[in-house]
Design a protein. Structure first.
Length: 279
């Protein structure tokens, strides 16, 4: 952003990505955010070479608890990131303002349950994603067109909010367990305002024309099958383009499907099929 000095990407030593058959560079990058004082700490995984490579931006979840946000580790999603790198993509994983070492103000507050504003919270997340998108597509090793936006939980919700703006460089959205307001009062399978969440999904779908893939597991303790179906049905009914996949139970809580050690064997074929349709 204008007037803000950014650290330049610093290539890390080349690391062999076990199981992918590809070598990659890991970069530490300081990326602008909607708050000019708070650059986002970002990890970039990229194939060796100058590129330009197609871009994927992966966006993490969130919590209303300031104490928990402060303790959040820098997101990496290494398994998913290297899955994309092995297919020729550069992957950026920013940590948004109000989280972990990025620090700064929390821009995505949904408010209390009685007045939860899932639309504004999602659009605030989209602001950070879009700012990262503008910066990353200006890098010499990144191809501007056909960017894929990926998100988990609140990050997935923000990706769907971004889809409602139809940014010209974005060709697809992949959302792992998207939503807001889960674990109300720290209770599993309790959503803060499910009706409002469904309504907001419809609001996003009304303008979104970017193809999206929604992935949930049956044992997601934040957004169970009934609620996730209502959200995607509302999104589609409003005009949004969405492919919905409800997967069997995985691990202790399917909400973390994106992090599973053997996740690529589960979500990999679904991503392959979805992305093939976008070409």
């Amino acid at each position: 952003m204008a007037g803000h000095v950014l650290a330049q990407p610093r290539p890390a030593p080349v690391v062999s990505s076990s199981g992918t058959g590809v070598d990659y560079d890991r970069l530490s990058v300081s990326v602008p955010s909607p708050d000019r004082r708070t650059p986002m700490r970002t990890t970039v995984f990229k194939p060796k070479g100058k590129g330009p490579f197609p871009l994927v931006i992966i966006n993490h979840g969130s919590t209303q608890s300031a104490a928990r946000r402060a303790l959040m580790n820098a997101p990496q999603y290494t398994g998913l990131s290297l899955w994309f790198v092995a297919r020729g993509y550069a992957v950026a994983v920013p940590q948004r303002p109000g989280h972990g070492k990025t620090g700064g103000p929390y821009l995505e507050d949904q408010g209390g349950c009685t007045s939860a504003d899932f639309r504004q919270a999602g659009l605030a997340t989209a602001d950070s994603i879009e700012t990262a998108l503008r910066y990353m597509t200006g890098q010499p090793y990144v191809r501007r067109a056909h960017v894929i936006i990926v998100g988990q939980s609140a990050g997935g919700w923000g990706a769907l909010a971004l889809a409602s703006r139809n940014p010209k460089d974005v060709s697809a959205v992949i959302a792992f367990a998207p939503g807001r307001g889960g674990h109300s009062n720290d209770r599993p399978n309790s959503n803060c305002a499910p009706g409002r969440l469904v309504e907001t999904a419809g609001i996003f779908g009304r303008k979104a024309r970017i193809p999206s893939l929604w992935l949930y597991a049956e044992n997601d303790s934040y957004f169970g099958p009934a609620l996730s179906r209502r959200m995607v049905d509302a999104y589609r009914a409003a005009g949004g383009i969405a492919e919905y996949r409800l997967l069997p139970p995985y691990g202790a809580d399917g909400h973390r499907l994106i992090d599973l050690k053997d996740g690529a064997s589960i979500w990999g074929p679904l991503l392959e099929s979805f992305l093939a349709k976008q070409k």
